[in-house]
Design a binder for this molecule. Structure first.
Ligand SMILES: [Zn+2]
Length: 324
């Protein structure tokens, strides 16, 4: 079985002989971009550099998936948010007043990301899995209006937020479908604003679960939901979103999670703090403990910290692949 077949089988909940080591969120680090010889900003803004950085995560680190884009602001930018590209990841500099017509396809960097996926398919061939990334509807609202205004709206008028999320879910699905046509095998939905660490689980159920379900139902590929932090309080809601895979943070009790997220494959599991701060034995043990919990798509639990040593990530990969 090639890596693409292994990944797709695991994403559909089937077991395979081998586990896979994936980068589901951003694999970029200072060291990796140093090897590439270009800046963070150009990895986000240049088609050529985006593709090169994605391929470097495969060749220089050893990840068994490639993904683009690396940031979560592509859709917000396409809807009018002005971004600041200083630093590691772009962040909103000027927000929008309201959410009008949410059709962003063809605007901002969206076409560049689709072209990058086409380039990646040519570069990796048919046997290697490619992931495309979009923001979750509620996370996108946060990027468009800012967290303060979004939370005020959530408290005063959750039905307005729900309405925004419903409309954005359709646009996100159309964009994700274009990614699939361009060559993406699966779609990662990054929804960090939905984490119970920052959003009341009752509000998550009210404003985000159905929009996520609409999004996933319109995409002709498996969807992977990424929500950081301790997600225990929303895990039993995840199957209703229609995602095939939940990318989990080990701040959540992994043993309990396997029971709660019934019908959904768990991925991730390796702490990004451990990958940053630790080395050798403890990284290998954490990686193997994911396998013991039944996680077969092992990955860093979130975007790698920019200062993470490549050697530490290689230790994770070697442990899972049982190489030495
Ligand atoms: Zn995260």
């Amino acid at each position: 079985m090639n890596l693409r077949s292994i990944f797709l089988s695991l994403a559909q909940g089937e077991d395979t002989e081998k586990p896979i080591v994936a980068a589901i969120t951003s694999p970029l680090t200072e060291e990796l971009l140093g090897l590439c010889g270009f800046t963070w900003s150009s990895a986000h803004r240049s088609r050529e550099h985006m593709v090169k950085a994605a391929l470097a995560a495969k060749s220089a680190i050893g990840f068994e998936t490639v993904r683009v884009p690396f940031d979560q602001c592509v859709e917000a930018e396409a809807l009018g948010v002005e971004l600041d590209f200083e630093g590691y990841y772009p962040k909103p500099r000027r927000l929008v007043e309201g959410i009008g017509e949410p059709d962003f396809l063809g605007k901002g960097r969206t076409m560049m990301v689709l072209d990058a996926i086409r380039d990646l398919r040519k570069a990796v061939g048919q046997d290697f899995p490619i992931l495309g990334g979009v923001a979750g509807p509620f996370t996108l609202i946060n990027y468009l209006l800012g967290p303060a205004k979004t939370m005020l709206l959530v408290r005063r008028n959750p039905s307005v937020v729900r309405n925004y999320a419903d409309r954005l879910s359709v646009s996100l699905a159309n964009y994700a479908e274009e990614m699939v046509s361009a060559g993406a095998d699966a779609i990662v939905i990054e929804d960090m604003a939905s984490s119970p660490d920052v959003l009341n689980p009752t509000i998550f159920r009210m404003v985000e679960v159905d929009p996520l379900r609409r999004l996933t139902s319109m995409v002709d590929a498996p969807c992977i939901l990424h929500i950081c932090g301790n997600t225990l309080k929303i895990l039993s809601d995840i199957p209703r979103t229609g995602v095939k895979v939940f990318h989990i943070d080990p701040k959540t009790n992994l043993g309990v999670a396997v029971d709660l997220a019934r019908g959904v494959t768990l991925a991730g599991g390796v702490s990004t703090f451990l990958l940053l701060e630790s080395s050798g034995k403890s990284i290998a043990e954490a990686s193997l403990s994911c396998l013991n919990y039944g996680i077969r798509i092992v990955a860093p639990a979130c975007a790698l910290h920019p200062k993470t040593p490549i050697e530490n990530v290689k230790t994770m990969i070697k442990a899972v692949k049982k190489l030495d």
